[in-house]
Ligand binder design. Structure first.
Ligand code: ATP
Ligand code: MG
Length: 303
């Protein structure tokens, strides 16, 4: 009984601090709401500015544009490539382009424009209906099936949905990429902690994916994609599931990877990122190349 009385007392006290103070007129309420909105808007603006500055820092220095290179410098070469899916749906139409070793390229275009088809052709998950897809100097139509794993070992992949193994730890997820290639135990034990530290997760080695934030999970998937130091890194919407600030950290990490000489091809819908980073932009629409801009921006896609 007593306990109950004290409970009631507490409620009464609480009542005084929370519910009945101040004039509760509509005008006062409006004032509070407006002030909060102004404050929130100001904070959002500050966040946007910070993000813009961080992205601009990843742009090439003024005037630096990747010059047109001879075919011998190509990491990726598409020659008159068309991909028609069963049911007569065209994924890519008569595509010609060259992406050079060490370049950073954004691949943009509306949903259904052929970005993922492009990525799948590179990995030889699908084959071109017509034309040549040449990666690292090899024509993918001509490589034997038994050589496909070797091709994929040289191409790191990062996806929007991370694709981590849920019941393996961070270390095990990264190690798995090497185990399936039959790497020696001592190589795995040396490389895995190294790459996990590089992506900034040294304190998370024993965590499972569900114990990590989205940004941390994407870091694991980048570690896994890059543990072999592949010359080519393909990213299909790597920041699509991340908030704008987390995605900055991911872009900075990918930028560091590109600076080691890795070619980075990134499909994305993130306009601001593309505009601020001023990299080469390849725009697809309905499977066609509609723009190849060496110093790009997202907005001109339909120009
Ligand atoms: N396996 C498939 N079978 C039949 N048609 C397909 C297949 N995969 C893709 N397509 C079609 O090919 C076209 C290009 O699709 P793709 O997935 O490459 O687009 P995307 O640019 O990656 O789109 P999003 O931005 O939505 O990911 C679309 O019309 C799509 O419906
Ligand atoms: Mg896609």
């Amino acid at each position: 009984m007593l306990k109950r009385e004290s409970d009631i007392g507490e409620v009464a006290d609480g009542d005084a601090f929370a519910w009945s103070s101040g004039p509760r007129t509509d005008a006062a309420l409006r004032d509070v709401v407006t002030r909060d909105e102004v404050q929130l808007e100001r904070e959002a603006e500050e966040r946007r500015e910070r993000r813009a500055r961080a992205l601009e820092a990843l742009a090439p220095t003024t005037g630096e544009v990747h010059p047109v290179q001879p075919k011998s410098a190509a990491m990726i070469l598409f020659e008159n490539v068309t991909k028609v899916y069963p049911g007569d749906v065209t994924g890519i139409r008569d595509l010609n382009l060259q992406i050079d070793k060490g370049e950073w390229v954004f691949l943009v275009g509306p949903s259904g424009s052929g970005k993922s088809t492009f990525v799948k052709l590179l990995l030889r998950e699908i084959e071109a209906t017509r034309g040549n897809v040449i990666v690292g100097g090899r024509n993918l139509a001509k490589i034997r099936r038994s050589k496909i794993p070797q091709l994929r070992r040289n191409i790191g992949c990062v996806f929007q949905d991370f694709k981590l193994l849920p019941n393996r730890t961070v270390t095990e997820n990264v190690a798995y990429a090497l185990e399936v290639q039959g790497q020696r135990r001592e190589v795995i034990e040396r490389k895995v902690p190294e790459i996990i530290a590089l992506v900034g997760l040294a304190d998370k080695v024993d965590k499972y994916p569900h114990e990590l934030s989205g940004g941390q999970q994407q870091r694991v998937s980048i570690a896994r994609a890059f543990v072999n130091h592949p010359p080519l890194l393909i990213c299909d919407e790597p920041t699509g599931n991340l908030d704008p600030e987390t995605s900055i950290g991911i872009m900075q990490l990918l930028y560091r990877i590109q600076r080691t000489g890795t070619t980075v091809v990134m499909a994305t819908h993130d306009r601001e990122m593309v505009d601020k980073m001023r990299r080469r932009v390849i725009a697809l629409e309905d499977g066609r190349l509609v723009r190849d801009d060496r110093r790009g921006g997202y907005a001109e896609v339909t120009a």
